[in-house]
Design a protein around this ligand. Structure first.
Ligand code: NAD
Ligand code: TYD
Length: 352
């Protein structure tokens, strides 16, 4: 088996669903706290799959984690669990420190203890895969080369600082204890089951609900977008062949300014679900106050993972974004399920 943490969130759940599509896949133990971002409805299709064991709990709960490791003897841990939204980290960083730093520390300690007493053959096979972000590298000037794995860490938000700290812990556990780790740093993901506090799902849903499409600042901030299924395939490639102690950058070679992303979504919606008045959704675009400390540009140089592991993204931005918009139009029940009272409170706080 493998142990996945945060497997009810956006990327973790996509990973679980993709993994279990293979009839020969090993089972998954899925440990998730079910914060506002975790959603069992996303996992409904594998609810009765005996290869998927879900446990609600925290990565920082050493008793629970030790018990899960002991009982299920996973050969790998993939750590997706995190607080992941930059804007929320600005309002309240505490949960980010607790989960992303202290939680990762506790998980590492439990995993190290478990691994330390495994028989040699199992010990050699075991690995801890830490899922991280390109935001740890900070912000790039417009013409600067994209982030490589050796770019200095210069995190600017409480979120990215907490992820950077967790990356450092993971690295130190390898160098100090010989604990077998691999870290991946990925660019912005988008796709099905994305919680609608993030730019792409927020814009799709606001558009069709006749709400404004909020663009922070001048909308010229650049992100490097990757379809979530491609992130999952990259993690699988690293799990199989990634070298222990290494880090791999994962990206989509899709640098886009936010305003262009939003205009593209509007164009797709204009075709798929035209507004009743025949106007473009683009007229709902509204420029709003910028995010404090907003990073200007992220871009990933993903040549190492291509060169060493033969991984490249399958989707272009054009194909991925069309699928994503269509998915949100086709899945109103999932959307209704996640748009709870606490989500509405967040929108009120952030955009009023
Ligand atoms: P998400 O916020 O959608 O999901 C996070 C999941 O972790 C949720 O299901 C939540 O319930 C769970 N969780 C939170 N705290 C927990 C705890 N203490 N113990 C157990 N579970 C807990 O996040 P996501 O977008 O799926 O991101 C997953 C990982 O990928 C994160 O580590 C994030 O930093 C990283 N990442 C995300 C992106 C992106 O664009 N979304 C890009 C690169 C890297
Ligand atoms: P987001 O999806 O929150 O991801 P991240 O901050 O991790 O990159 O935001 C993507 C970009 O979109 C980022 O530059 C902030 C911007 N943005 C807006 O302009 N308006 C919004 O309402 C949101 C949520 C984000």
């Amino acid at each position: 088996m493998i142990l996945v943490t945060g497997g009810a969130g956006f990327i973790g759940a996509n990973f679980v669903l993709d993994w279990l599509k293979d009839p020969n896949a090993e089972g998954i133990i899925n440990l998730d706290k079910l914060t506002y971002a975790g959603n069992l409805a996303t996992l409904a299709s594998v609810k009765n799959d005996s290869r998927h064991l879900f446990f609600q709990g925290e990565i920082g709960d050493r008793t629970l984690v030790a018990r899960l490791l002991q009982e299920h003897q996973p050969r790998a841990i993939v750590n997706f669990a995190a607080e992941s939204h930059v804007d929320r980290s600005i309002y309240g960083p505490t949960d980010f420190i607790d989960t992303n730093i202290v939680g990762t520390f506790n998980l590492l300690e439990c995993a190290r203890k478990y691994w330390g007493v495994l028989p040699d053959s199992e010990k050699r096979k075991f690995r801890f895969h830490h899922v991280s972000t390109d935001e740890v590298y900070g912000s790039l000037a417009p013409t600067a080369p994209a982030f490589t794995e050796t770019h200095p860490y210069e995190p600017n938000s409480p979120y990215s600082a907490s992820k950077a700290a967790s990356d450092h812990l993971v690295r130190a556990w390898f160098h100090t204890y010989g604990f077998p780790v691999v870290t991946t740093n990925c660019s912005n993901n988008y796709g099905p089951y994305h919680f609608p506090e993030k730019l792409i799902p927020l814009v799709i849903l606001n558009a069709i609900n006749d709400k404004s499409l909020p663009i922070y600042g001048d909308g010229q901030q650049v992100r490097d977008w990757l379809y979530v299924g491609d992130h999952c395939s990259a993690i699988r490639a690293v799990l199989v062949n990634g070298e222990l102690g290494q880090t791999y950058n994962i990206g989509g070679w899709n640098e886009k300014a936010n305003i262009d992303v939003v205009r593209t979504i509007c164009q797709i919606l204009d075709e798929l679900r035209p507004r009743v008045d025949g106007q473009s959704y683009a007229q709902q675009i509204t420029f709003v106050t910028d995010r404090p400390g907003h990073d200007r540009r992220y871009a990933i140089d993903a040549r190492k993972i291509e060169r060493e592991l033969g991984w490249r993204p399958a989707e272009t931005f054009d194909t991925g974004i069309k699928k994503t918009v269509q998915w949100y139009l086709d899945n109103p029940i999932w959307v209704e399920g996640v748009v709870s009272g606490s989500y509405r409170d967040w929108l009120q706080k952030q955009y009023s």
